[in-house]
Design a protein around this ligand. Structure first.
Ligand code: ADP
Length: 284
């Protein structure tokens, strides 16, 4: 038989345990409430960030669009002056006007790049996937960019004849921008009399395209940043080549949207090879 005293002790013990459990349960409830509140706060912060991103995106496209019209106006006026429509110019006048014309052209390219990058990032670009002859597309782009290469005596060669190459399943419009960016970079970052070699191969379920140059290369310590927006390596800046640092960001986004991958190998002062893959069949 338990004494009254013992029973009282037991009751006190039980009461203490209950109090502890109540405390634990209340702590748990507070913790859960805190977590729910945190979750809500995070969702709200995320929504806010998305809104800010949208505002930023709209801002960029409005500013870029607004800049395009006056820049085209300046281009038109300068080409009239350069063409002698307002009277003959002496050589000095022509040289200075030509410089303005080129700066203006650079601004137009930059504004266009900003618009493309923004459109791609915000998902406004439409992708019309279809079976596409990549070599044909490359031929087209080469036709456009070869004057820049010829001017500096840079040879561009195909590595083989590409017979029996299957078509890729891509959006030709955006893929054209990728080829153009990679080829223009290869030309821009290769010294006079340099060489660019293009290859396209079938590998399993995709085509592998490579564009190799023997140009300035990419410094090893900066390689990880090359696909980031607005990034330009220090050797590229030093060479005073024009650029927005948006081309490779655009190319990477497009290649991935087309179901492929993009990467490169490079050694400073030796050259760079950019590779990308494109699917042969629908993969989206
Ligand atoms: P940019 O307008 O500066 O050419 P990109 O986004 O196309 O911008 O390229 C980013 C940077 O990557 C370049 O500024 C340059 O430093 C480097 N780069 C790209 N392609 C090459 C290349 N073929 N050879 C050497 N450097 C390259």
């Amino acid at each position: 038989m338990q004494t009254v005293e013992e029973l009282k002790n037991k009751i006190a013990e039980l009461e203490a345990k209950i109090a502890k459990m109540e405390q634990a349960s209340s702590d748990y409830n507070t913790g859960t409430k805190l977590l729910i509140r945190r979750d809500l706060e995070l969702s709200r912060a995320n929504e806010k960030l998305q809104k800010v991103d949208e505002i930023k995106s709209n801002f960029i496209s409005i500013v870029a669009h607004q800049l395009r019209t006056p820049l085209s106006g300046i281009k038109w006026t300068l080409s009239m002056l350069l063409g002698g429509d307002m009277g003959e110019l002496n050589n000095d006048q022509k040289t200075f006007l030509m410089k303005s014309f080129e700066s203006n052209a650079r601004m137009i390219t930059l504004v266009n790049d900003m618009l493309v990058a923004d459109g791609i990032q915000s998902g406004r670009v439409h992708y019309g996937f279809k079976h596409t002859d990549i070599v044909d597309l490359m031929d087209n782009v080469l036709f456009e960019v070869s004057p820049q290469a010829n001017k500096r005596n840079i040879k561009i060669e195909y590595k083989n004849k590409f017979e029996n190459l299957p078509q890729a399943y891509v959006d030709p419009e955006t893929m054209r921008a990728v080829l153009q960016n990679l080829l223009e970079n290869a030309i821009k970052y290769t010294k006079d009399n340099g060489k660019i070699e293009i290859d396209v191969k079938k590998e399993n379920d995709h085509l592998l395209v490579s564009i190799a140059d023997n140009g300035i290369g990419i410094p090893k310590e900066q390689a990880k940043d090359v696909f980031a927006r607005f990034f330009r390596a220090k050797n590229a800046i030093k060479q005073e080549t024009d650029g927005s640092g948006l081309g490779l960001y655009i190319a990477k986004t497009i290649v991935e949207k087309n179901g492929g991958k993009i990467w490169f190998d490079s050694a400073e002062n030796k050259g760079s090879t950019f590779y990308f893959t494109v699917p042969l069949q629908e993969s989206h």
